[in-house]
Design a protein around this ligand. Sequence first.
Ligand SMILES: Nc1nc2c(c(=O)[nH]1)N[C@H]1C(S)=C(S)[C@@H](COP(=O)(O)O)O[C@H]1N2
Ligand SMILES: [Mo]
Length: 520
Amino acid sequence: MAQDTERVWPWSALAGVVAAAAFLATAEALALVASPGGGPLVAVGGVVVDTIPRPLKELAISLFGAYDKVALFAGLGLAVLVAAAAAGILQYRARPAGVAIVGVAGAAAVAAAVTRPGAPAWAWVPGTVGAIVGAVVLMLLIARLRAWRAAPAVPKDPAAPRGLDRRAFFRATAVAGAAAVLVGVGARLVDAATSSAEALRSELRLPSPGRTVEVPAGADFEIEGLAPIVTPNADFYRVDTALVVPTVDPATWTLRITGRVEEEVEITLQDLFDMGLDEYGVTLTCVSNPLGGDLVGNAIWLGVPVRDVLALARPDADADMVLSRSVDGFTASTPLGSLTDDGLDAIIAVGMNGEPLPPEHGFPVRMVVPGLYGYVSATKWLTELKVTTFAEDEAYWTPRGYSAKAPIKFSSRIDTPRTGTPVAAGRVPIAGMAWAQTVGIERVEVSIDDGAWQEAELSNPINDDSWVQWRLDWDASPGTHYVAVRAINRDGETQIEESAPIYPNGSSGWQRLLVTVNEG
Ligand SMILES: Nc1nc2c(c(=O)[nH]1)N[C@H]1C(S)=C(S)[C@@H](COP(=O)(O)O)O[C@H]1N2
Ligand SMILES: [Mo]
């Protein structure tokens, strides 16, 4: 009977993997029309991002850093591979268990797709049809495999060609596999070519600003290793929960102002342009920025004050919060006062450093609020402002344990010299950044080897919402030294000395690092 000497499981596993490829390729191709911006893998990945427990997420970010999204997709891919191989093996051994696994995967894909924020009505189609195609391919390939294994090693009719059934299995597997790769890769290419936010962005012309932000002379010390005073867009840190950067067409984009307002309003990008755009220099900071970290950046934003946009709808007096919503479902809770107070420049931004917002920074429209961490204020791909109360609504990160209100803890950081990069003895500039959005930095002090605090020189500030650079020239003697820094804001307060972790509302402490000085 069957050639029991040759192992069969690698071939049944291969059939499973090819069936999974057919499933995914079909679903990706259908998602191009039925559910733009996300096939099943992206939808399932999105569910993982939204439900993963906080410590695990923090671990992933600390392990993979900026590559956390790549790591997530790699993990998902590995899981699909293992499940697919198992489905193949089971379908051969215990029919129809393999098809049942495909069915469960299809159900999971559909459940993820239809529950994603902003899911279109047809979101269930790609996963459903994909699962059917995957199941059919699996049944056909395993049937061929069975036929091959059931065929006698030596044909009864000596004249018949040998190995026909074996060849039939491999031919079917190769054809299905090649078709899946072609369709799948083709679908991704078409997606990249047609739904690219980059293309839409290159067509958008921004009006020129009424009021501009001048970067004053002496704003940048231009010291090697020191961050520039205005962060180039390409170097600006990126933090969000979006596995795929949302594609938003500026031509159809609208912003709805809803909730506790006298009259709900919906405005277009042109309406926003017609209100008149001005420039604002604001330093953005992430709550996840560790002491001395680089999840902070400064840009010149082009936009309209949030208060002017809210005024169109006339918020009720009993409201105390605005829940801003992204097209991808992310929300942020911002105190109404932080958006409407006259002295504060909270803005609806369309431009960043002289260009339309880059896709990953919220194209076409985002919010920027000086003095509040990004997760409670800086909603990218903005689509709705719901005027509400903290008692009534909560934002994305609140049920995940982060504080509903999170003002930025003003801070300072050492950019140069760095631990692990020895410097030569002699005159060494110690330099870094300091920020106290809405208040401004009054003074930065440096202590060497726990000695007296010395006042550093500050760069010429752009405004109170933007960070400044500081520097102190140091006569460095050979050996190891400690360098510490702290800032004092214009309200006369000193940066919090006690160290706190990022969770639940931002790190604090004075950065102190070890510097090695070599013989000059
Ligand atoms: N739609 C959306 N907007 C978002 C986020 C997000 O996950 N989704 N993250 C926020 C966080 S935590 C920060 S720190 C800032 C970061 O903005 P950037 O990526 O442009 O630097 O965006 C905010 N806006
Ligand atoms: Mo953040």
